[in-house]
Design a protein around this ligand. Sequence first.
Ligand code: FUB
Length: 331
Amino acid sequence: MKTPRYLFPSDYMADPSAHVFEGKLYIYPSHDRESGIPENDNGDHFDMCDYHVLSLEDVENGEVTDHGKILDVKDIAWTGRQLWDSDVAEKNGKYYLYFSLKNKNDVFHLGVAISDTPYGKFVPQENPVKGSYSIDPCVLNDNGEYYIYFGGIWGGQLQRYRDNKAQESGGAFPADNEPALCAKVAKLRDDMLEFAEMPRDVVLLDENGKPLTQGDAERRFFEASWIHKYNGKYYFSYSTGDTHLLCYAIGDNPYGPFIYKGVILTPVVGWTTHHSIVEYRGKWYLFHHDCVPSGGKTWLRSMKVVELEYNPDGTIKTIQGKKQENNTVEI
Ligand code: FUB
């Protein structure tokens, strides 16, 4: 499957987190909508208010089932606005949906909702995860130990925090030559509902072992963490945001550090780029989104999937975001 496939043309959905549960592929996307809010650097135009779950059995040609709404912003007690990226993990037959939401003071936190099935409905906890902040949770099940990764700069508010504390000044970015702001990782408690430890930095190093700097906009972390394992190594992948790349770095354990390795996906049509990587029936796939079907409206995104390939040395072959079958560039 060398040509990307749009997964769900009848609606706008983005940030697809794909997992294999009960032998099937389940996709947990953000549900984009037209709310009329003008575009700004805070991302106010990403004004989503519910989640659906989709599933499919044959990635290349199979029908995609929409299992309907699994969580509504109105059902969450601490709700403010903007349900952003989410992810789901399974433990002992229960499914835990981790989501990003602004509270009533417009501060992003992570929430958890629970279901007995991968397709919901999911029942949210009364309060956000204690000590959580920023956006874009993703969960790794590493042989029964669960780790949550999160964070995003600009509208994702990560720059407001240092050492897991909100800064009274409102926070700031490091200088261009200083180490970049990092995504965060924490082990989850046995009940999956809280952090078992204080979140740590997901440190990304260059080929000389030096932390990537804030000014290194083509390589430093912006948002959209994902983690997968391949041949015993841990692959941390992410978006560089304003330079619109999906990049990856490889480490020896879930905490890192991770050494920068390259670009997975060059820019797509649209502003955000976001993804998940999953192995299914012997092949690896990159789930992502672009804005071609909406004519380039950055807040109305459409999910795609394409096969992802590794080189013999474990590096990932770069995929061209804007190329079509006939090698022309979309829009
Ligand atoms: O979908 C809203 C936000 O856009 C996500 O949380 C980010 O990763 C970006 O894709």
